[in-house]
Design a protein around this ligand. Structure first.
Ligand SMILES: Cc1ncc(C[n+]2csc(CCOP(=O)(O)OP(=O)(O)O)c2C)c(N)n1
Ligand SMILES: [Mg+2]
Length: 775
């Protein structure tokens, strides 16, 4: 790597200043100049931006190569927009409309921003960790021959120091160590301040130990060149400086030169007298702010020196609000400069009034050529990358044979059959699981397709000829990524693999399995994956109290409610194997369709008798969220509405009641979430003048007005009870609303009223109530 010319360093320093100005101005404009329509605070984080403009200038205008990808600390979003404004890929209107509808987003967004954003950020910690899994996906693609060596890049995360408190970061680096991850740069903006105040001192030296023990190189950029030289020349001064607490340091930075002088005089006396003589107050303040993260020489040198693929944590010391009037103040996180302070900053930066948006305003003629050259040379993408969709033919997926089966077993069987049949889809599937591969029925697939390991991993048990149903060797052609038990990692893995078409131009079909209750464990990461429009299939099994004796603390109650409120995720809860096969085919299509989404399957270990089908008419309804398994008679007064594993009870109750309740129907619900979505969308369309009924309205209108519905699911009853609101039908909801227990299925179903008797009683009660009101 060539040493950057001095002129480049000067230009980078100019760009650092430009970024500080433009990010401050963007936020100021939105808060103080743009007209407010609602009187609400707009907000933005001038201090958090100023803290890392030098780091980002060094990165974007010097270090980044075209294939590198970056997750930017959420509250430094305006700096990223300023960078794209300088290189011509962000419009002034978007900056003027910062945090307005359609304007530059508060936090960098892959889907909503018009600039290329590699990873959305917002929920701190997640943007950091996804880069690690993206790097693993890159290794996966390279090993499988889908990514050329020349197209490989580095994955960079720009991290706030308080963000390092997020546990998911450590879960990720532990997993990363197992997989030997590489090509990662995580750069900490070490301003020692969080949202509330200055951060605790005690973790100070621990972060590097933690990272080092996970195989990372840690590079601490504590001092800039000038401060380093000054401290090296005066040992007592250095010792004194290094024992200052985070709070003391920040306070001194805020107070400025006179305060530094006073403290040093008081505490070092003669030992620092000569040193102090060389600096007036202003120079003294400037010297002590020369921390590593603000010194361009230091940053450029450090980045240039880390050109191998060892994962590297840079701890760049900075001052929150560097160069702004509230630098170092503990309350500056959401602090906004007032108009007077902003005017002073404008003058100090040589920006003429009225020229605030001029990209290179205040840059003198001498410097301009160098700055323009550097802007031209930046290798980062200027346009959003095109997304890779529609690449893979999805074959028809037949239902696994068998009169009695569970949906979980059918899932394993479908994958096994796909694997045996071979073909492009099977090759592009990558499975992953947090230590529940075997117990979620992925075992047969893994036996066929193997574990993914960049370096070969022998199956010791197989070599020793110890009998086992499970082959457990890894190669770089394997298609299953085994994770430790950390559900956050599962969802971040799915997010990264689900973005492979966007990040690397090669679509993968990621399938992740876990137990249904543990979705809650990784919920924010799941939301994060959906928020970025990553495409994957989530298989959650077993679920509900239906796991019976194995129940313990593993009964899931509310995931269907989570799915009901989760954008970007479709919930399917099949009762039968043929439904699951149709849904998996659909889910694969949705992964590879620009207008698609991810799919969540809620499956069960309960083996149930499969139903006879006379034709395929159920199929479209099952995919749309529900169908009449036993169609109602004309003007039926009641229906049983059931979902998933309790379908045998529903069928039995229907069989028993149909004589006494003529026309009784049995509605099989396969996706409350799709039905609800269709319902509200149809409503919105009606306001736009269109009058098509939604699927759920069509289904329910087969019943008499005022008919009663007994809903049943091995889940929170609210998953289905809302159906009564669609056409104003009365509902008797059955489901689980207290913690489960272990027990045999008949015992549990009776105790929790998920049985045939509860259904019969429910129907009777509804009919009696109906008679009473109509009598
Ligand atoms: C998961 C999550 N919790 C809380 C927040 C709110 N929040 C945003 S920034 C922040 C503090 C960040 O401090 P630091 O990481 O040190 O960044 P700095 O602004 O100092 O650079 C908090 C608590 C969030 N965005 N995400
Ligand atoms: Mg901080």
């Amino acid at each position: 790597m060539l040493k950057p010319a001095t002129t480049d360093l000067d230009a980078l320093k100019v760009l650092d200043e430009r970024l500080r100005w433009l990010s401050s101005w963007t936020i100021h404009h939105a808060n103080h100049i743009r007209e407010s329509a609602d009187g609400l605070k707009v907000g933005g984080h001038q201090a958090s931006c100023a803290s890392m403009t030098a780091i980002m200038a060094a990165l974007y205008f010097h270090a980044l190569r075209e294939n590198d990808r970056v997750a930017v600390k959420p509250h430094a979003g305006p700096v990223l927009h300023a960078i794209h404004y300088l290189i011509g890929s962000q419009a002034r209107e978007a900056l003027e409309n910062f945090r307005g509808l359609g304007g530059a987003q508060s936090y960098p967004s892959r889907t909503k921003d018009r600039i290329p954003v590699d990873f959305s950020t917002g929920s701190v910690g997640l943007g950091v960790a996804i880069t690690l899994f993206a790097s693993l996906v890159q290794d996966y693609l390279t090993a499988h021959g889908w990514l050329d060596d020349n197209d490989r890049g580095r994955f960079v995360a720009l991290i706030g120091d308080a963000e390092l408190d997020e546990g998911n970061i450590y879960e990720a680096i532990i997993e990363g160590a197992k997989h030997d991850v590489r090509n990662l740069w995580w750069i900490v903006d070490y301003n020692r301040q969080s949202l509330d105040a200055t951060s605790a001192d005690r973790m100070f030296e621990r972060f590097d130990e933690i990272f080092k023990s996970c195989g990372w190189r840690v590079v601490e950029l504590r001092y800039g060149k000038r401060l380093q030289a000054a401290l090296d020349a005066n040992k007592p001064l250095k010792n004194w400086f290094e024992q200052l607490s985070n709070a003391e340091l920040s306070a001194l930075h805020y107070q400025g030169g006179a305060a530094w002088r006073k403290r040093i005089e008081a505490e070092l006396g003669k030992k620092a007298a000569t040193f102090l003589k060389d600096y007036d107050d202003e120079a003294l303040a400037a010297l002590f702010t020369d921390l590593g993260g603000h010194c361009m020489e230091t940053l450029v040198e450090a980045f240039d020196a880390a050109q191998d693929d060892v994962p590297t944590l840079f701890i760049a010391w900075t001052i929150k609000g560097f160069g702004l009037p509230f630098a170092g103040h503990k309350d500056n996180h959401a602090g906004l400069m007032n108009p007077t302070q902003m005017a002073a900053l404008r003058d100090a930066m040589g920006v003429r009034e009225g020229q605030e948006w001029e990209p290179l305003e205040g840059v003198g003629d001498n410097a301009r050529t160098g700055v323009e050259a550097l802007i031209d040379r930046t290798r980062i993408a200027r346009e959003k990358r095109s997304r890779s969709f529609g690449t893979t033919a999805i074959p028809a997926i037949p239902a696994p044979a068998g009169d009695e089966q569970s949906t979980q077993a059918a899932f394993g069987r479908i994958l096994l059959d796909l694997s045996k049949a071979g073909g492009e889809l099977a090759d592009r599937i990558v499975t992953t699981s947090p230590d529940v591969t075997v117990s979620t029925n992925l075992g047969a697939w893994v036996n066929q397709r193997g574990l993914f390991r960049r370096r070969e991993m022998a199956d010791v048990f197989a070599k020793a000829k110890i009998a086992s149903a499970q082959k457990w060797s890894g190669t770089n052609k394997g298609q299953h990524i085994e994770l430790g038990i950390a559900e956050n990692n599962l969802f971040l893995m799915l997010a990264a693999a689900g973005l492979s078409g966007d990040l690397f131009g090669t679509r993968l079909f990621p399938i992740g399995t876990l137990y249904d209750p543990f979705i809650a464990r990784g919920l924010d990461a799941l939301n994060y994956a959906c928020y970025q429009d990553a495409r994957f299939i989530l298989v959650a099994t077993p679920s509900g109290i239906t796991l019976g004796p194995e129940g313990g603390a593993h009964q899931s109650i509310n995931p269907p409610l989570i799915a009901l409120g989760q954008p970007g995720l479709r919930h399917y809860e099949p009762a039968f194997a043929d439904e699951l096969a149709a849904m998996m085919e659909e889910a694969f299509k949705l992964v590879d369709d620009p207008a698609g989404e991810s799919t969540y399957f809620r499956l069960s270990t309960r083996s149930v008798a499969q139903v006879e089908r006379s034709d395929e008419s159920w199929r479209a309804g099952a995919l749309a969220g529900g169908y009449w398994l036993r169609p109602p008679g004309p003007s039926a007064e009641a229906a049983i509405v059931a979902m998933g594993a309790v379908m045998p009870e529903a069928l039995a109750a229907w069989d028993e009641l149909r004589v006494d309740v003529p026309g009784l129907g049995l509605l099989s619900i396969t996706s409350p979430n799709l039905l609800h979505r269709g319902w509200t969308q149809a409503q919105a369309a009606r306001w736009g003048g269109r009058r098509e009924p939604s699927h759920v309205e069509t289904l329910l209108s087969a019943l008499a007005p005022g008919a009663g519905l007994v809903t049943i699911a091995d889940a929170a009853p609210a998953s289905l009870s809302w159906l009564g609101g669609v056409l104003g039908q009365r509902v008797a909801p059955l489901g689980i609303d207290r913690f489960g227990q272990t027990g045999s299925l008949p015992d549990l179903y009776a105790a929790y009223r998920l049985d045939q008797e509860a259904l019969t009683e429910g129907v009777a009660e509804l009919l009696l109530a109906h008679e009473a009101t109509t009598a």
